[in-house]
Design a binder for this molecule. Structure first.
Ligand code: PLP
Length: 416
C-alpha cells in the first residue's frame, strides 16, 4: 500500500515544468522524460539565475570583508543557512554546517565525532540498504580504531528487520548511522523508533537524508536525531553543496575537521584556538555561489509546499507501481509499505543496462546498476536494477511513456 495514493495533485504542473528549462528538449528524437531524480534533480530557472547573478553582480569572498560586495555575498550566503535552519527545524542557525554534500557530511562526522568518541570494543550500527557513502567511512573508522561495524538485516520486501536491530543494539553501540529513505528501494525507514531505542542505550544517531529532504517533511528537532546530512543537488539545488545538522553539544565538543582559514579564532606558533560553530567546521573558501543559489531551491520547495509535493509524488509512485505490476515479466525490487518515489525493477532475462539503453532510445532517462548499494544488490542476488525516480515536475503521461517502453521490451524478450 502506498500512502496518500488517492490524493490528487493540487498544483499546476505546466507552471512547474515551465520553470525547468532542461525538461523542454528532445533526446533521440523524443521528448525527454527525466526519471533519474534520485541521482540528481533538475534545477529551476531561479537557481540557475541566482548562480549567474552571484558571479555577474555580487562575487566576493565572504566574512571579514569591509567592502560592499563582500558584505552582500556574506549576507546572501548566511541567508541560505537561515533557510536550511527553518527548512529542517533546527533549533539554531549555527548548528548548520555547509559541506560538499551528503558524503562529505558523513565523512566529517566519522573523522571528528568518530575519532573522538569511538574506540576498540565499541560498535557502529548501519543497515544492509546503505549507500556506499554511509558504509565506507565507517569501515575506515573501524579499521583505524578497532571498533566493530554491525549491519541491520533487510527483509525481502526491502524493509529494515527491526528484530535484527534490537538484537544488535547493546551497550557497545556508540553510533547508529542509517538512511532515512533508501535511494535503491525507496523504503522510508522507521527512524523515530531507531532514534528512540538508540538513545535509550546512550548511542547517537546520524540520518542520511540524501533522499528524504526533498520528499518528506524533515523536523530534526522533533525527530531528535543527533546528526542529519543532505545534498543540495537532490532537492533542486546545485551540485557540490550540502549541509550537516548536529546537536549543539556534540558539534561544540567535536574536534575540527580540516584546518585552515575561517575555522580559527587565533593562530600562533605557540598554539591555535578554534572558531565557534559553525565556522569551526568550515575551513577555507566555501562554494559561495552554489550555497547562495541553494537558497532559491529551498524557496522553490517552500512555495510549492512539502505536503503538495509529497501527495503528487505519492500519486505518481502509486500509478507507476500499479502499471509495472501489470506487465508480465517485470519484477519490482523494493515493495515496502512506506516509500518515497523510487521504483526499482527488472525485466526478466534482460540486463538492467540494456533496458536503460533501450529506454534512452525512447528519450527516457533512468538509472541502471547497483546505485552505490552493492551489499544490498548482493543480498537480493542481483547485479543491479533499473531505477525510475520521480520528482515534482514529472507527470502521469511521462509514466505512461515509461510503461509503454517497458511493456514493449518485456514482450519482445518473452517472444524471443
Ligand atoms: N546517501 C544516499 C541515500 C544517496 O542517495 C546518495 C546519493 O545518491 C548519497 C548518500 C551520496 O550523496 P552525494 O553523492 O551527493 O554526496
Amino acid at each position: 500500500m502506498i500512502q496518500n495514493a488517492n490524493i490528487k495533485s493540487s498544483f499546476d504542473l505546466k507552471l512547474i515544468r515551465d520553470q525547468f528549462p532542461i525538461l523542454h528538449q528532445e533526446v533521440n528524437g523524443k521528448d525527454l522524460v527525466y526519471f533519474d531524480n534520485a541521482a540528481t534533480t533538475q534545477k529551476p530557472k531561479r537557481v540557475i539565475e541566482a548562480l549567474n547573478k552571484y558571479y555577474e553582480v555580487d562575487n566576493a569572498n565572504i566574512h571579514r570583508g569591509a567592502h560592499a560586495l563582500a558584505d552582500r555575498s556574506t549576507r546572501y550566503f548566511e541567508h541560505t543557512r537561515a533557510s536550511i535552519c527553518q527548512f529542517i527545524n533546527s533549533p539554531s542557525e549555527d548548528q548548520i554546517i555547509f559541506t560538499k554534500g551528503t558524503t562529505d557530511g558523513i565523512n566529517l562526522v566519522a573523522a571528528t565525532f568518530g575519532r573522538a568518541n569511538i574506540k576498540k570494543g565499541d560498535s557502529i550500527i548501519i543497515s544492509h540498504m546503505e549507500h556506499h557513502s554511509n558504509i565506507v567511512p565507517w569501515q575506515m573508522l573501524c579499521e583505524a580504531t578497532g571498533a566493530t561495524l554491525k549491519v541491520i538485516k533487510v527483509t525481502a520486501s526491502g524493509e529494515l528487520d527491526m528484530n535484527s536491530f534490537d538484537e544488535l543494539l547493546d551497550k557497545s553501540v556508540k553510533l547508529v548511522s542509517i538512511v532515512h529513505a533508501s535511494n535503491a528501494l525507496g523504503t522510508i525507514n522507521p527512524v523515530e523508533e531507531i532514534i528512540q531505542k538508540a538513545h535509550q542505550i546512550g548511542a547517537k544517531v546520524l540520518l542520511d537524508g540524501a533522499q528524504s529532504a526533498s520528499h518528506l517533511l524533515v523536523d530534526v528537532h522533533a525527530l531528535d536525531c543527533d546528526f542529519y546530512v543532505c545534498s543540495a543537488h537532490k532537492l533542486y539545488g546545485p551540485t557540490g553543496v550540502g549541509f550537516l545538522y548536529g546537536k549543539r553539544e556534540l558539534l561544540e565538543e567535536m574536534p575540527p575537521y580540516q584546518g585552515g582559514g575561517e575555522m580559527i579564532k587565533e593562530v600562533d606558533f605557540a598554539g591555535t584556538t578554534y572558531n565557534t560553530i559553525p565556522f569551526k567546521f568550515e575551513a577555507g573558501t566555501p562554494n559561495i555561489g552554489d550555497v547562495i543559489a541553494f537558497n532559491e531551491a529551498i524557496q522553490f520547495i517552500n512555495e510549492l509546499g512539502k505536503d503538495a509535493i509529497m501527495s503528487h509524488e505519492n500519486e505518481l509512485l502509486a500509478y507507476a507501481t500499479e502499471g509495472m505490476e501489470s506487465i508480465p515479466g517485470v519484477r519490482l525490487i523494493g515493495t515496502a509499505a512506506k516509500k518515497v518515489s523510487v521504483l526499482s525493477f527488472l525485466i526478466e532475462g534482460m540486463h538492467p543496462f540494456d533496458v536503460g539503453m533501450m529506454l534512452d532510445a525512447r528519450g527516457i532517462a533512468v538509472r541502471t546498476g547497483h546505485h552505490c548499494t552493492q551489499p544490498l544488490m548482493k543480498l537480493f542476488n542481483i547485479e543491479g536494477t533499473v531505477r525510475a525516480s520521480f520528482a515534482v515536475y514529472n507527470t502521469k503521461n511521462e509514466i505512461d511513456t515509461l510503461l509503454e517502453g517497458v511493456a514493449k521490451l518485456a514482450k519482445m524478450k518473452q517472444s524471443v
